[in-house]
Design a protein around this ligand. Sequence first.
Ligand SMILES: [Zn+2]
Length: 353
Amino acid sequence: MSVVKRLYLAGAAALVIAAILLYTLAWPAWQQQLTQQESERLAQLVANARPAAPQNRLNPQRMLADLNWLAHPDRQGRKPGTDGGIAARNWLAQQFADIGLQSAGTDGYLQPFSVAEHFVFSRWIAGKSATVPAAENAANVLGLLPGTNPALKPIVLTAHYDHLGSHDGELFAGADDNASGVATLLELARYFRQQPIAHPLLFVALDAEEGGLQGAVALFEHQLLQPEQLAFNVNMDMLSRDTNQLLFAVGSYQQPWLTPLLQTLQQQSSVKIIAGHDRPWYQAGNTQDWTLSSDHGVFFQQQVPFIYFGVADHEDYHSVRDTADKVDTDFYLQVSETILSFIQALDQHLNQG
Ligand SMILES: [Zn+2]
């Protein structure tokens, strides 16, 4: 072996050792530093939030009645294609009709589709997760409310109505996840029917979110929606309880123009709004990134601008204890009022832009 070759080998070995050292020593330290920075940023947002007085444009009795209906044991946890899931979507289509929304599915208000076999995660189901078999008869529910300016593209409001069903005789009611988001979706439809904004609003109750966002995928896969024909997606998933009374807004990292909008929103909101959980690992270290955590992720992948409103995972998340009696009524109502204010501000902002 020549001297030059030996030098090359030694150099290569040194590089490999340096890379290993960098990976085992510097990388975790770097990630830890980023995580620390991000949690300090979020803590500062919490500390600086100045909640405003509560608002009361929405009807709390009606919202809670809808939430209770969806989370009732008779709905059997609303697993896609089951009797409970089918009852829920037929009821939702009837609600859309009663409110006066135009049908916007492929079969009236419904967009039937089939779900592929998938996994759902739960710490509380035996084996820590469950395989959900493929099902033929899932369906999204879509209703359109025209705006005052017919030239504008619709803002799409989404909330998934499916949940985990039952496992080993135990019922997963899914009150917070996501009867809460759907009940808000319905009440917002009633409100905007009376007080229309410039943009058309497309109300979508999605099926098969749990384990793969398959309802949102079906919207685009079967070309019911074209990404370039949509103005924006507002996704609501888990709105009704949070130990720290925080409402998370995900998407201002991808759409920085949302930041001033959220700052103004905070001045009108009686809950604390935290913009975060949307930064990648090279910005936020080990802080969870929720960009793909619910149906808004599919809109993001389709390059439709989005925001996701929701609470942090709580101890009853995906457990049999996520029941309607755990709902924090005042917090839930004010979260819904905040989302209403956001949609109005978004409507004005997009109209000016
Ligand atoms: Zn959910």
